[in-house]
Design a binder for this molecule. Structure first.
Ligand SMILES: Nc1nc2c(c(=O)[nH]1)N[C@H]1C(S)=C(S)[C@@H](COP(=O)(O)OP(=O)(O)OC[C@H]3O[C@@H](n4cnc5c(=O)[nH]c(N)nc54)[C@H](O)[C@@H]3O)O[C@H]1N2
Ligand SMILES: Nc1nc2c(c(=O)[nH]1)N[C@H]1C(S)=C(S)[C@@H](COP(=O)(O)OP(=O)(O)OC[C@H]3O[C@@H](n4cnc5c(=O)[nH]c(N)nc54)[C@H](O)[C@@H]3O)O[C@H]1N2
Ligand code: SF4
Ligand SMILES: [Mo]
Length: 686
């Protein structure tokens, strides 16, 4: 019996990037448990990954290439050899290139694994050589990151672990106890020490349950709330004038802009009382060690980038960026980028592969539905890996219509027969994280992790790096990155930034040069063109957006003209502790222990519609319709309904619809993000 124990890091799209120890016996994975030495996750994983062995060894895994044998979308496939499947891909894609040109090919990926090389590395070179369209934007972080960058110059903010020094912690649209569970002990300890924790969320989440105060604005109205906070900070002189004078641009203009945006003005827009808004502003302004913690879900509005612009401005105005325990903590991903720990080298090298290539068009990740159904120069070949777009992207009905097109050839790399994979023409089996080598750059904390495989991939599954090497070879492409092994790719990406030996030996290393009490903007030094925090941003004007953060009535939201036929604002948060996005929700060990999906309504909205707990209701708008059981909930406010997201389509009934058939496909004001949260629906008895 040969037992192997290796150090690894969770690859999921989750801020925690936990360290793990994976064990295999005679080549079979037997255990994945938390690494007690890991400074952030401290030996704990979570209810999803505690069952990772079951995911890896599941009977439902895809272990050979599959070629479609029935109608598109039927889920009928036959097994094929790699050779046959690759030949088919080359034949079909070459025909597309010959007839329509390279840009008729689209790579679409997400963060099924966030790994430095397994997310997207060799793929960049392949699609450059094919002359394919590029992917831009993202449903996860693009809008928030762009908003923050318009003020700070990039996405670099405060280390969330500094909450241990805070006297006030505002969890602004983030459900920490569910989505960022390993940060919670730090916040709880601060709270025990006397720090006040405020949650600002349209839903009373499990995190709100544990807060000292919960403010429940209407979804998508934070911009109004924050403009009023700025108005109070200025009127009551809670501004750090010295910091602002030295390090901010446009203060006078901002002050003039907000002068009539009083708490009374904001109250009618965000649905909070003026007194509550004023009290929040005073408390925030008077507490120097006041940290704002934000993450992703709240960016999912057309106004998302403006919201994150304002979140970034608040600590500039009060000067809390120079106080330990203050600042704005979002993703720390860019701390790693500053240290050159990122995969940008692969995109750069891909241009080196084809120096003569002209600029290739960019298509936004969240707009996959439109890309497949609305382009004048259509996509005819689509490659999908690391994601399940038919369940995870807005405008899912358009994605489904697109994937059914006879003149589209779809290649999917997957571990399971997901709702998206069912629509493929060819599926290639993908390896699991315990089967592949990688390095994990974290975005929730500052330790990058090593991931050593504990076994070989099951069946004929391969890591994404190898998948693209094989496709490149089938096209006859050669090139620098395809010739590199996985460890060489890691060396290429990391360069001199960290010691590979230490990373491998310890399992994690802290991103270099940043001490625990590092305050990136204590002395200014913003990465904007002006070098200052831009309260007024020419970079926004250049994008056709207001130079000042502006309240704009929501096109599809509370109080908008669209509310007539569909008066309820639909929220689709992550809620199930055993799901990670749509991963795991296809596995009985996880889905079988969660209930739902259901539509949650406030008692007043339910009563107005004659609905009671357990009734079947139709939830609909012009984009789609679902029948779901009603749950009456005191966690919402009147006018807001919630359907938790993450379930596979068969959980909704007909297997052909999911909640993202209903969600808004609008673009964010800038940043190329998505606006799921600006969705309006009506709910009636089914
Ligand atoms: N258990 C579990 N953990 C996860 C995930 C998972 O699916 N399951 N997914 C992972 C991923 S990919 C991500 S990006 C992170 C996301 O982590 P979070 O951003 O913390 O989670 P979300 O549920 O997307 O959104 C957080 C909250 O934002 C609120 N919100 C929505 N609109 C607004 C608004 O207009 N204003 C305010 N103030 N709040 C608003 C929602 O009601 C929700 O409670 O979680 C990660 N962790
Ligand atoms: N309505 C609504 N929609 C949302 C959200 C919401 O809050 N509400 N949240 C949004 C957010 S923040 C995000 S990040 C997205 C997430 O949506 P997606 O990025 O699509 O994430 P998952 O649904 O988890 O799908 C990841 C897939 O990658 C596969 N995978 C994992 N590892 C590998 C690998 O190594 N190789 C290959 N080839 N495949 C692999 C998994 O099997 C899984 O099917 O969803 C977004 N969609
Ligand atoms: S999903 Fe998140 S919390 Fe769970 S093990 Fe992975 S990184 Fe940790
Ligand atoms: Mo995400």
């Amino acid at each position: 019996m040969t037992t192997i124990e290796v150090l690894g890091t969770c690859h999921h799209d989750c801020p925690d990037s936990c360290g793990w120890i994976a064990t295999s016996v005679d080549g079979v994975l037997t255990s994945v448990r938390g690494n007690p030495a890991h400074p952030y996750s401290d030996g704990q994983l979570c209810p999803k990954v505690n069952k990772f062995v079951g995911r890896v060894n599941s009977d439902e895994r895809l272990l050979t290439p599959l070629i479609r044998a029935g109608e598109k979308g039927s889920g009928e496939f036959r097994e094929a050899s790699w050779e046959e499947a690759l030949e088919l891909v080359v034949r079909e894609v070459d025909a597309v290139r010959a007839e329509h040109g390279g840009e008729a090919i689209l790579p679409w990926w997400s963060a099924g694994t966030q790994g430095l090389i397994q997310n997207s590395s060799t793929s960049h070179a392949l699609f450059a050589l094919l002359g394919a369209s590029r992917q831009a934007g993202s449903v996860c972080g693009a809008a928030a990151g762009a908003g923050m960058a318009s003020v700070y110059g990039d996405g670099l903010g405060t280390d969330p672990l500094q909450a241990k020094y805070s006297d006030l912690i505002i969890l602004w649209g983030t459900n920490t106890r569910l989505t960022n569970r390993h940060l919670w002990p730090t916040i709880e300890a601060a709270q025990k020490r006397g720090a006040k924790v405020i949650v600002i969320d349209p839903i009373r989440t499990i995190t709100a349950d544990a807060a000292d105060q919960h403010l429940q604005p209407l979804p998508g109205t934070d911009v109004a709330l924050m403009l009023a906070i700025v108005q109070v900070l200025i009127e009551e002189d809670l501004i750090d004038h010295e910091y602002v004078a030295a390090h901010a641009l446009g203060y006078a203009e901002l002050a003039a802009h907000v002068s009539d945006h009083t708490p009374e003005w904001a109250a009618v827009r965000c649905g909070l009382s003026a007194d509550v808004i004023r009290a929040l502003a005073r408390e925030y302004g008077r507490t120097k060690a006041s940290m704002i913690r934000g993450l992703i879900g709240a960016e999912h509005h057309v106004s998302g980038p403006t919201m994150y612009r304002l979140l970034s401005m608040l600590p500039v105005l009060t000067g809390s960026l120079k106080t330990l325990g203050g600042g704005f903590a979002r993703s720390v991903g860019s701390w790693a980028e500053v240290s050159d720990i990122d995969d940008s080298v692969f995109a750069q090298r891909s241009s080196a592969e084809v120096p003569e290539a002209t600029a290739r068009r960019s298509l936004d990740q969240p707009r996959l539905g439109a890309s497949l159904t609305e382009l004048d120069d259509p996509i005819h070949a689509l490659f999908i890996w690391n994601g399940n777009p038919i369940l995870s992207m807005p405008n899912a009905a358009a994605i489904r219509r697109g994937l059914l097109r006879d003149d589209l050839f779809t290649v999917v790399s997957e571990q399971f027969m997901t709702d998206t994979a069912r629509y493929a023409d060819v599926i290639f089996p993908a390896a699991m994280e315990t089967e592949q080598l990688d390095v994990m750059p974290a975005w929730g904390h500052l330790w990058i992790g090593w991931n050593e495989p504990a076994t070989e991939p099951l069946g004929e599954a391969v890591p994404n790096t190898e998948f693209f090497r094989r496709i490149a070879a089938a096209f006859g492409f050669s090139g620098e990155v395809f010739a590199k092994s996985d460890i060489e790719l890691i060396e290429l990406a990391l360069g001199e930034s960290v010691s590979l030996d230490e990373l491998r030996r310890v399992g994690f290393v802290r991103v270099s040069d940043f001490p625990e009490d590092h305050l990136p903007y204590a002395n200014g030094g913003f990465h904007t063109a002006s070098g200052k925090a831009e309260l007024v941003a020419e970079s926004c004007a250049a994008m056709g957006v207001s130079r000042l953060p502006e309240w704009e009535p929501i096109a599809e939201g509370p109080g908008s003209a669209a509310t007539g036929a569909h008066p309820l604002c639909l929220q689709t948060p992550k809620k199930q502790t055993r799901f990670l996005n749509t991963s795991y929700s296809g596995l009985a060990a996880h889905a079988g222990r969660e209930s739902g999906p259901v539509v949650e309504l406030d008692p007043s909205d339910a009563a107005a519609r004659g609905l009671e707990d357990g009734d079947d209701a139709s939830v609909f708008n012009d984009r789609g319709s679902l029948t779901l059981p009603v749950v009456i909930s005191d966690r919402l406010r009147p006018g807001v309904v919630s359907v938790a997201w993450g379930f596979w389509a068969d959980a909704y009934g007909d297997g052909n619809t999911s909640i993202n058939d209903l969600t808004n496909a609008a673009d964010t004001v800038f940043g190329r993000g998505s606006a799921y949260g600006d969705t309006l629906v009506e709910v009636v008895r089914a």
